[in-house]
Design a protein around this ligand. Sequence first.
Ligand code: AMP
Length: 547
Amino acid sequence: MLGLMQSQPLLISSLIEFADRHHGDAEIVSRRVEGDIHRYTYKDLAARARRLANALDGMGLQFSDRVATLAWNGYRHMEMYFGVSGSGRVLHTINPRLHPDQIAWIANHAEDQVLCFDLTFLPLVQAVHAKCPTVKKWVALCDADRLPADSGIPGLTSYEDWIGAHSPDYAWPEFDENSASSMCYTSGTTGNPKAALYSHRSTTLHAYAAALPDVMCLSARDSVLPVVPMFHVNAWGIPYSAALTGCKLVFPGPAMDGKSIYELIEAEKVSYAAGVPTVWQMMLGHMKPAGLKFSTLKRTVIGGSACPPAMIHAFKEDYGVEVLHAWGMTEMSPLGTLCTLKNKHLALPKEEQMKVLLKQGRAIYGVDMKIVGADGEELPWDGKTYGDLLVKGPWIVDSYFKGEGGHPLVKDAQGRGWFPTGDVATIDADGFMQITDRSKDVIKSGGEWISSIDIENIAMAHPAIAMAACVGMPHPKWDERPIVAVVRRPGAEVTREELLAFFEGKIAKWQIPDDVVFVEAIPLGATGKMLKTKLREQLKDYKLPGL
Ligand code: AMP
């Protein structure tokens, strides 16, 4: 017997329709590429997304055709999230920090038909447009009077002219909720990037889950600043969850430095912000010397790479801001786990609670996870045994766009497919997962594994250290030994010996790095994560002491 409830496909258009009807006057504030602050409401956004949908219909774009963006976080980008996907096309958010050749490669691979870009990226578009034959329309996300006269890009149109010529009346089409809605290429540290192709169903379910109290806990009372870029896994799904909850949204545009972010938080009474650790490092670096405090910020989600405990402490103790440590990946839309306490933890002393909060957290409903050994057998949840982390759920990839990378899923005894994350982790008896490493970054010393993340966290707790990256170096006896590359804070002094002494008592003696290398900067990838492959290249002539 089937249930007798209404059957309604889960479509992205329903999110913006909901925001339009029920939170029409909630504000969306954007710092623009033009430098000024722009304000409007969800009602305005919905009307302009419908204009965009009409514009896409008007140029004869077919269902599932790809529309790409090279854009910062801002209201026009948000309109594209809804106008493109809502009308049945696929939004392809391209990471502008990639190399131009990579950008051309992925635009061709995705067969993008339209590419809309912020003027910041004009030089980039000028460099790649001739290599992107599938793109039939180039659109600059600006007013007509800002359009460069002599761009060299054939038929370059201003977004405002383009959508302004179309009506805001549009009936969002109904179609299969499993239809593709958007796509995002993985950071791809090896080989060509592969694309996760999200669906309306996966995105909508993820939006519901992300808003839950033990996940991002978003509400109509929040003022939310996604610093995490909209070109990095859909800004962790915040644009969709925002429409679902009707929170005020604040977009930072291109100004991602510590000072600008801090000022925006204060000016727009931001209560909740989300971003990778490097962004917060810059902001705290700006605030501390000036003695600045937050007046409204209450919570911040930090993820994308391991959040150093020193940062969690600083937010909580110095600024009264709760840090929610999150873990996920492009292939997971991206949310997998988030760290919040359970009821049983509330009676624990603060230091014990902190030990829990440093982990990557508990699975969100919709995601199941397990750790397995080399034989594929599931390992115990004892908080000590580590293994390869596998996940499954309705917003996790089954396979990649165009079948690249074959069939990534690993089948269990019941024939269910699990996605191997490439992360190594422990899970404790309460279900809290802790990442020890990327499988390729784990350091294997004398048959034992050393977590590079543990070493980095300790180094970064030293007051003179701004950033640390630990890599394994070949060793004839131990196979590999860890060394730590560090960047000193401006004006701070610390010697190699002092830093090595700082590790004593914090980890086992044999896990302490063999050496410290002082560097000007740690190479960062396009999404702000440390690029250890590049660091290893830079250190290719390095020799461990005594060898
Ligand atoms: P991406 O698909 O570029 O978002 O990268 C996903 C990878 O980033 C994961 O597989 C992890 O290796 C890493 N990552 C994301 N969040 C965290 C976190 N909170 N702690 C440690 N590693 C993380």
